[in-house]
Ligand binder design. Structure first.
Ligand code: HAS
Length: 572
């Protein structure tokens, strides 16, 4: 379909800005593996500090890129399926809020005033602009939801008996999860962290801040994942040359995410002493619940791929794997999506290990964790984002892909890099290698008394993986920006691959409306989070003064000493 110039421009910028920043994010990813493997024994490189780089890496790759992309992709799916463009004033206002927010937070990080990592746990304290920037980015990303919802309501009035297109359902569910979970982090930022960062309050309630962060933080990972799931359900079967095995399975999976994405955050706090065991058990069980929609997805997609393979002439039990268009440059999105799915098998399994409280004791805060999340957020999520960004840009701008054969190889190179990297990290984690640590300063420095030779092979593997991933990233930039600046023209339209359903089950009203699911979501949330928040408010411990990431000793601000710390000092 043809779309207005204004919408085209909006989508270009919403893809172009975060992908330009991604160059910084990916560079710092490589640098992490360099510092950690002990290739250098420095606290900083090229005037950028280790924790500053880690903060830039996490915030740009996991927050900025994903949020901008989700909004751009949402504009594309809503416009394409409901045949109506979003309101321009709302969309551009949302864009500018996100851009200003990103600029403020980037300034704070680049000037070294907010090396607080992407989780910004207090008592690490960042510049107020970092928190303000994060808040603006989030608020900006809320706005389109209200506009899309109103477009959807109008569409539904005209088409009451037509099933809501799966991609639209996915987009609305995803942004509902986002809106609900970001309320908690908005409270954390505006009520707890900003006043503390401004010096108006001397200390901060760490437990409450962490609990509010993880209320947001785990739902955040599904906010990253759902755009990829939309592509898996609505595009991958078509790209493979087949059909989606079951449309209803997709709907059930999406609604289950609505129920279970948020009330599981405490599984990041299994080691937090201030939250009681019963709450941990309950949210641990819900965490296994949130894996169910992914299992449904695994079987539905495997069946869809089998159908496609057989249609393409496959024989035998697993012969269908050989008849899929892995290296077809015209269907390069298939390569990006299948590679992501493959990685997600391991990302999902490691997630289930994390979710088991006893096993979590072994892996928590070790290198195992980055091993897990690079096979999820840097797996299906990242590959879907970069593949779809190239696709959306080239179709909407009417540009032919520069180096199409190179483009289709990039995701495979990325998979090889991630598999090597994550093997190193996961193995290291199991033998105690910590995450978020500049190992080159001590544990991976043979001259230091803390030198730990067991972590040499694990960190070298991670380094090798990091170099391959970095190379794949650079190739992606060449293809993306090369396409952007090339003159090779084709028709300029918004078009998405659309999978037909093999089993297009008749419309079941329950799976085509939001109210019952929203009500159930609210009930589960209240049950799961009321006791957790009561714990967080009651078991606060003393208010924490400021720390910096390089040093475990509190930075004593005069106001902090005046109030709570005198109590602390009075204790033996
Ligand atoms: Fe996680 C920590 C548990 C999914 C991201 N997770 C993290 C962190 C991140 C993250 C970033 O319970 C670190 C946060 C931090 O900085 O501290 N995670 C889970 C569980 C799942 C899960 C149970 N995580 C994700 C996804 C993420 C993500 C998705 C990003 C997008 N995670 C945890 C826990 C922690 C945690 C604890 C805290 C640990 C701690 O101690 O700090 C589940 O949703 C996973 C379910 C997935 C599956 C896989 C289904 C497989 C599919 C592929 C099929 C393939 C086919 C193709 C059909 C069950 C769908 C075949 C084709 C071929 C060619 C073979």
């Amino acid at each position: 379909m043809q779309i207005s110039k204004s919408l085209k421009r909006l989508i270009y910028w919403e893809l172009g800005i975060p992908i330009s920043l991604l160059t910084i994010g990916i560079y710092h990813g490589l640098m992490q593996t360099v510092y950690r493997s002990g290739v250098i024994h420095q606290t900083s490189f090229a005037h950028l500090d280790y924790y500053q780089g880690l903060t830039l890496h996490g915030v740009i790759n996991a927050i900025v890129l994903t949020t901008f992309f989700a909004v751009a992709f949402g504009h594309a799916t809503i416009t394409f399926y409901l045949k109506r463009e979003p309101n321009k004033t709302v969309s551009w206002l949302s864009f500018w809020l996100m851009v200003i927010g990103t600029a403020l937070a980037s300034w704070a990080m680049l000037s070294g005033k907010a090396s607080v990592l992407y989780t910004f746990y207090p008592p690490l304290k960042g510049h107020p602009f970092f928190y303000l920037g994060a808040a603006l980015l989030i608020v900006g990303s809320w706005l389109p939801l209200f506009d899309w919802a109103s477009i959807y309501v109008k569409w539904k009035k005209v088409n009451p008996e037509v099933k809501t297109p799966l991609a639209v359902l996915g987009t609305l569910i995803n942004f509902t999860i986002w809106f609900v979970c970001t309320l908690a982090v908005a409270y954390e930022v505006l009520v707890l962290l900003l006043p503390w960062a401004m010096g108006w309050t001397p200390t901060v309630n760490v437990t409450l801040a962490r609990t509010l962060f993880w209320f947001f933080g785990h739902a955040l990972v599904y906010f990253w994942l759902l755009p990829a799931y939309i592509m898996f359900y609505t595009m991958l079967p078509k790209l493979a040359g087949g059909k989606l095995f079951s449309d209803l399975a997709g709907r059930i999976a999406l609604f289950l995410f609505l129920l279970f994405s948020v009330p599981v955050g405490v599984h990041h706090q299994f080691s937090d002493p201030s939250i009681s065991k019963g709450i941990k058990l309950f949210q641990g069980l819900l965490t296994f619940g949130v894996a169910i929609p992914s299992f449904i997805t695994a079987f539905t997609l495997a069946a869809s791929l089998e159908y496609a393979g057989r249609k393409n002439g496959a024989k035998g039990l697993l012969g269908y794997f050989k008849k899929l268009p892995y290296l077809d440059p015209n269907r390069y999105l298939f390569a990006y999506l299948i590679c992501g799915l493959f990685l997600f098998i391991f990302g999902g399994l490691t997630g289930l290990v994390n979710a088991s409280a006893q096993l979590n004791n072994v892996v928590h805060n070790t290198a195992w964790l980055p091993g897990h999340f690079h096979m999820t957020v840097a797996g299906p999520v990242f590959l879907a984002i970069i593949g779809m960004s190239t696709y959306l840009y080239s179709t909407i701008a009417g540009k032919k892909i520069l180096f199409p054969r190179l483009n289709v190889v990039i995701p495979y190179l990325w998979v090889i890099g991630i598999l090597i990297f994550s093997t190193g990290m996961s193995w290291g984690g199991l033998i105690g290698e910590p995450r978020r640590t500049n190992l080159g300063m001590t544990y991976l420095n043979p001259k230091n008394e803390l030198f730990t030779p067991e972590w040499v092979p694990t960190t070298l593997l991670a380094l090798a993986g990091g170099i391959i991933m970095f190379t794949a990233g650079v190739l992606f930039f060449i293809v993306f920006f090369g396409t952007m600046f090339s003159k090779r023209r084709k028709e300029s339209i918004l078009v998405l691959p659309v999978s037909e359903a093999l089993h297009d089950e008749k419309r079941i009203p329950l799976f085509d409306k939001f109210k019952p699911w929203l009500a159930t979501m609210a009930v589960i949330l209240v049950i799961a989070y009321t006791p957790a928040l009561i714990n967080a408010v009651k078991n606060t411990g003393p208010g924490a003064p400021r720390f910096t990431p390089e040093n475990p000793v509190p930075v004593q601000s005069s106001s902090a000493i005046q109030i709570k710390d005198t109590k602390l000092l009075a204790k033996p």
